[in-house]
Design a protein around this ligand. Structure first.
Ligand code: ACO
Length: 436
C-alpha cells in the first residue's frame, strides 16, 4: 500500500469560495497523485479526464515508466538489462511474483509452464469453425475466450490456487494457440509443443516445422524471438492492461479478461501499430518519398499519422525501440539480408522525423513498434501475425496485473467511470403519429 498521506492540496470552488482538502499519495517513483476517491461524496463534483491523461487508475508494483527520461523498469530492473541478460519466462516470473527466481524457483516455474503447453484436443475443431482467411487476431479473441469453457476448473477467482493455475495455463498455451492460428491460415497441420525446447524455440518450432521434414532451430532467431517477447511483456497501465483490469473488476474469469485485453490490443493505436508500420514502410517504398509522408503526418487536415511514432507516456526515445533496433540488425545479419530496403527506409524516416520541428516540439520519437515489424517479417511471419506475437508476450503482463488486483493494495471494486452528460434533458414521450 502507498504510505498514509502526509500532505494535502486544496480545491476551491471559485463561485462560492468553498474549499476542500484532498490527500496526496506518494509512490516510490514518479509523480504523486491526488486521492479523489471521496471527491464526489464531499463536493458533488466528478473529475473529467477522457483518455485518462491525468488519472492514476490503480496502485501497482509491477512496472514503472519515466516517459520524459525514456526509462522502463519491471519490478525495478531496467528493460535493456532484462532483454540482454534474462529470458522471457524469467521475466514472466519476475512480473508475477516481484523477484527474480532463484535456480530452484526457476526450474519449478519452467516445469509448471511447460506442463501446460498443450491445449485440449477439442480446441482444434474450434479452429475449423473459422474461415481460412480470418485475421489471426480475430481467431485469438475467440479461442482465448473459449479457454474458459475448456478449463473451467481454473475459473474460480476467489481460489488462489485456481488463479495461479489459470496464469500458468495462459502463459503456456498462448504460443500454442498463436502457432495454431498461423498454421490454420496457411493450411498446414497443427504442430504439438515440444517441452524440451525453450519457450521461444518451442514457438518457432510450432510455427515453422512440418511433419514431412526435420526442423532445425536457429539459435540467433530463437534468442531474438525471446528478446521480442521480453520487450513486449508489460507496459504499466496501457489500454489493453487497463481493459484486463476493468473486465476483471466485475469478477469475470481470467480467460475472458485476457480475451478482452486481446481485443483492446488489436487496434492500430496500440498493438496493431507494428502491422501498420510495415504497411506504411512498404507504401513509402523508397527514401525519396519520405518528405511527402512526413508532410502528410504533419498536415492537420490529413488523418494520416506516422505509425510507430509517438507514445502517450514516452516523450523521449522508447527504451524498447533501442533494443529492438539492435535486434533487427542481428536478425538481418544472421539471415544474410544486406541493405534491407525497409530497414533503410525506416532509419531514414527516423532521421528525417527527429530533425523536423513538428516531431521535436511534440516530442514524438520511435516507439517499440517501429522496428519490430521488420524483424518479424525477416523471420518469416506474415504481417497479420505481428499483433498476435505482441498479445502472446503481453499475456505475461496481463496475468500479473490481473493477479495484483487480488493481492495487498489491489482493488476489487468494480470499475465504473462517470460522465459529463451533454444530451437532452428530461422530456415527455411523443406517440409516433404525433411526431413531426
Ligand atoms: N504522427 C503525427 N502526429 C502525431 C503522431 C504521429 N504518429 N502521434 C501524435 N501526433 C501529434 C497529434 O496529432 C497531436 O498533435 P496536436 O497536439 O497538434 O493535436 C499530438 O502529437 C499529441 O498526440 P495525441 O494523439 O494527443 O497523443 P496520445 O498520447 O493521445 O496518442 C499515440 C499516443 C496513440 C501512440 C499516438 O502517438 C499515435 O497515434 N501514434 C501512432 C500509432 C502508434 O505508433 N501506436 C503505438 C503506440 S505504442 C504501443 O502501443 C505498443
Amino acid at each position: 500500500m502507498a504510505d498514509a498521506p502526509k500532505r494535502t492540496v486544496t480545491l476551491t470552488d471559485d463561485q462560492n469560495g468553498q474549499s476542500w482538502k484532498l490527500p496526496v499519495l506518494d509512490g516510490t517513483e514518479g509523480p504523486s497523485v491526488i486521492d479523489i476517491r471521496k471527491l464526489y461524496g464531499e463536493t458533488g463534483y466528478f473529475t473529467h479526464d477522457p483518455g485518462f491523461t491525468s488519472t492514476s487508475s490503480c496502485e501497482s508494483k509491477i512496472t514503472f515508466i519515466d516517459g520524459d527520461k525514456g526509462i522502463l523498469l519491471h519490478r525495478g530492473y531496467p528493460i535493456d538489462q532484462l532483454a540482454n541478460k534474462s529470458d522471457f519466462l524469467e521475466v514472466a516470473y519476475l512480473l508475477q511474483y516481484g523477484e527474480l527466481p532463484n535456480p530452484t524457483e526457476k526450474q519449478d516455474w519452467v516445469k509448471h509452464i511447460t506442463y501446460h503447453t498443450m491445449v485440449h484436443e477439442q480446441l482444434s475443431s474450434f479452429f475449423s469453425g473459422f474461415r481460412r482467411d480470418a485475421h489471426p487476431m480475430a481467431i485469438m479473441c475467440g479461442v482465448v475466450g473459449a479457454l474458459s469453457a475448456f478449463y473451467h476448473d481454473s475459473t474460480d477467482i476467489h481460489d488462489p490456487v485456481q488463479r495461479e493455475v489459470a496464469c500458468h495455463r495462459l502463459i503456456a498455451k498462448m504460443p500454442t494457440l498463436a502457432a495454431m492460428a498461423y498454421k490454420y491460415s496457411i493450411g498446414q497441420p497443427f504442430v504439438y509443443p515440444q517441452n524440451n525446447l525453450s519457450y521461444a524455440e518451442n514457438f518457432l518450432y510450432m510455427c515453422y516445422s512440418v511433419p514431412a521434414e526435420p526442423y532445425k532451430i536457429n539459435p540467433v532467431l530463437a534468442k531474438a524471438m525471446d528478446k521480442i517477447f521480453i520487450l513486449h511483456a508489460d507496459h504499466e497501465q496501457n489500454a489493453s492492461t487497463s481493459t484486463v483490469r476493468l473486465a476483471s473488476s466485475s469478477g469475470a474469469n481470467p480467460f475472458a479478461c485476457i480475451a478482452a485485453g486481446i481485443t483492446s490490443l488489436w487496434g492500430p493505436a496500440h498493438g496493431g501499430a507494428n502491422e501498420a508500420v510495415l504497411k506504411m514502410l512498404m507504401e513509402i517504398g523508397s527514401k525519396d518519398k519520405i518528405p511527402e509522408i512526413v508532410r502528410r503526418a504533419k498536415d492537420k487536415s490529413d488523418s494520416f499519422r506516422l505509425m510507430g511514432f509517438g507514445h502517450r507516456v514516452y516523450k523521449n526515445y522508447d527504451p524498447r525501440a533501442k533494443v529492438m533496433q539492435e535486434t533487427c540488425r542481428e536478425v538481418l545479419a544472421e539471415l544474410g539480408i544486406k541493405n534491407d530496403p525497409l530497414l533503410e527506409t525506416a532509419m531514414e524516416l527516423e532521421r528525417v522525423a527527429l530533425q523536423d520541428d513538428y516531431f521535436v516540439q511534440k516530442k514524438l520519437y520511435p516507439n517499440v513498434d517501429f522496428y519490430s515489424g521488420i524483424i518479424l517479417r525477416a523471420m518469416g511471419f506474415p504481417m497479420s501475425m505481428f499483433t498476435v506475437l505482441f498479445a502472446l508476450a503481453r499475456t505475461a503482463g496481463w496475468v500479473s496485473h490481473w493477479q495484483e488486483q487480488f493481492g495487498e493494495g489491489g482493488e476489487q471494486k468494480i470499475g465504473r467511470p462517470r460522465q459529463l452528460y451533454t444530451g437532452a434533458t428530461e422530456r415527455d414521450f411523443v406517440p409516433v403519429d404525433k411526431r413531426k
